[in-house]
Design a protein around this ligand. Structure first.
Ligand SMILES: [Zn+2]
Ligand SMILES: [Zn+2]
Length: 245
């Protein structure tokens, strides 16, 4: 899909008053007398001759005796501009989008550079992203978890119905192949991984509480109905037995 985003950025543009030259209207920059316009000077030190940036013009090759008052001789002024940036689908935090020619103006009327827009992906309310894969938690009622059924899960292309088998435990992962992110630089489409979170019912009526009490009583005898609890209690018992020794 992708998206378009307007961004407002400070930038340096060519000064219109002096056309980027930095010299006051009517005057022109003069060729630097120290380096003869080369921007570099040779310094002799004994046998050696060292090339250095001209200290007079700082490498520009020209000196401005009468600087433009709008840009103070810089040839560039700060301005704000608004850009409409196309963000391609699949970008991730840290990706950079290059906008050629949208950077700051060069010095003394030079061409503008490129602008790099660094992408920072906002956290999503439902999906968590890890590379091309997406993760989300899906609440499941405890009756659906126990008896099995179907639940709606969100994907980037809309709702998908997911079959939940009976005796589904909290934390169970459902992998939906190719329902993740299509990476912007190519490569396989990721998966959507849904984690079942079994919910404890709230706002129960007295009738519902009665039914649950009945259920609890019926589960008290004989068959083990809590696979995790059994091994957990066994573990706790072993832990205390070890301390007693
Ligand atoms: Zn100017
Ligand atoms: Zn110079």
């Amino acid at each position: 899909m992708g998206v378009r985003r307007k961004i407002r950025i400070p930038t340096l543009v060519n000064c219109k008053t002096c056309d980027g030259s930095g010299a006051k209207k009517g005057s022109t920059p003069k060729t630097c007398g120290t380096c003869g316009g080369a921007g570099q000077v040779r310094m002799s030190q004994g046998f050696f001759s060292v090339q250095q940036t001209c200290p007079e013009c700082h490498g520009a090759g020209q000196v401005i005796s009468d600087p433009c008052s709008d840009c103070h001789g810089q040839g560039r002024v700060q301005e704000y501009k608004t850009l409409n940036v196309k963000i391609p689908a699949g970008v991730d935090t840290g990706d950079r989008i290059r906008l050629s020619g949208e950077g700051e103006a060069g010095t003394h009327g030079g061409p503008a550079g490129d602008l790099f827009v660094q992408v920072s992906v906002k956290p999503h309310s439902i999906f968590e992203r890890d590379g091309a894969n997406l993760y989300c938690e899906v609440p499941i009622s405890f009756t659906t978890a126990a008896l099995g059924g179907e639940i709606d899960v969100p994907t980037l292309d809309g709702r998908v119905r997911l079959k939940v088998t009976a005796e589904c435990q909290s934390g169970k992962l459902f992998r939906l192949r190719n329902k993740g992110v299509k990476p912007v630089r190519g490569g396989p489409v990721g998966d959507l991984i849904c984690k079942a979170v079994v919910e404890t019912p709230v706002n129960l009526t007295s009738r519902q509480k009665e039914l649950l009490t009945e259920l609890a009583e019926s589960m008290g005898e004989g068959t083990n109905h809590s696979p995790k609890q059994k091994s957990w209690f066994d573990g706790v018992k072993r832990f205390f037995d070890d301390i007693k020794k």
